[in-house]
Design a protein around this ligand. Structure first.
Ligand SMILES: C[S@@+](CC[C@H](N)C(=O)[O-])C[C@H]1O[C@@H](n2cnc3c(N)ncnc32)[C@H](O)[C@@H]1O
Length: 267
């Protein structure tokens, strides 16, 4: 839910984000993933109507999925909170463009009923937002249609084996995902579910399945207090030393599941 960060921060007088350039220059982020700029732009145009994530975040997701394949990080790709599916679609299209096929299926989880009600852990800004304080970025409380997503995937000709949609509240669908993935793992986890409970549920259920050296993207780390709090609580309770790294302009964060630093030359 990144496009609205700036208006939220400005609207409520909270600190401004560190970089305030309106024009995004793709050269400012490392998209090094072997696709040409023209190929990346084709994918970005195709997914734009279906995502609210900033272009830099979509690029990062594509880069990470391709790197996971090339580095042989075991497992499938999982996105929790897909809305209209633009980020997941980009991760599918990037694989098809680079490898000629989808090497790692993309699992997509969403309620398709919008966001659950905020709790106190999500902070006052989230409550204001859900009460309607930011109409241009409300998107009907982030409600999307599963049928529309299915139509988009069909229009691109993706086979059923290349993705799975889990429709419903995470608390109901995560146990199914976990049992389906019992013999597999997760090579890239993309969390984009805004609130404390949603984010923590995903971390609790899915982190044990995330492969060592896999990347976990947390789209809303800077956008919402509850999301940041969930990440901190999870990392602390699991006694993890994973370092949190910021994405371009604080449009999200990520960490690598690396239990300890193994060598003096690699951060
Ligand atoms: C900001 S949107 C995701 C944006 C999307 N990744 C994109 O590319 O634009 C957040 C999504 O998380 C979903 N969500 C949040 N909490 C959830 C929960 N507990 N169970 C199921 N879906 C949830 C909402 O339905 C919503 O579609």
């Amino acid at each position: 839910m990144i496009k609205r960060i700036k208006s939220i921060f400005n609207g409520f007088g909270a600190p401004r984000l560190p970089v305030q350039s309106e024009a995004f220059d793709a050269g400012q982020v490392d998209s090094g993933n072997g696709l040409t700029e023209a190929e990346l732009n084709d994918i970005l145009s195709a997914v734009k109507p279906f995502t609210m994530v900033h272009e830099s975040g979509v690029r990062f997701g594509m880069q990470q999925v391709l790197q996971a394949v090339e580095r042989n990080v075991p497992g499938v790709i999982v996105e929790c909170g897909v809305w209209r599916g633009g980020c997941s679609l980009a991760m599918l299209l990037a694989q098809r463009k680079k490898f000629g096929r989808v090497v790692r299926p993309v699992y997509m989880l969403d309620s398709f009923q919008g966001l659950p009600p905020v709790t106190t852990r999500d902070g006052p800004l989230a409550r204001h937002w859900q009460e309607g304080a930011d109409p241009p970025n409300f998107f009907e409380n982030c409600t999307a249609s599963k049928d529309d997503l299915q139509n988009v995937l069909d229009a691109h000709g993706f086979a059923q084996s290349e993705y799975k949609i889990f429709s419903g509240w995470f608390s109901d669908t995560l146990p199914n995902v976990v049992s389906l993935l019992k013999t597999q793992a997760i090579a890239l986890l993309r969390l984009d579910s805004d609130w404390y409970d949603s984010t923590l549920d995903c971390l609790n259920h899915l982190m044990p399945l995330v492969s060592k050296e896999a990347v976990v993207i947390v789209d809303d780390y800077y956008a919402w207090d509850g999301c940041a709090r969930a990440v901190h609580d999870f990392l602390s309770r699991s006694d993890s030393s994973y370092r949190i790294r910021s994405l371009y302009n604080c449009y999200g964060a990520y960490f690598v599941k690396r239990p300890f630093r193994e060598n003096f030359d690699v951060l």
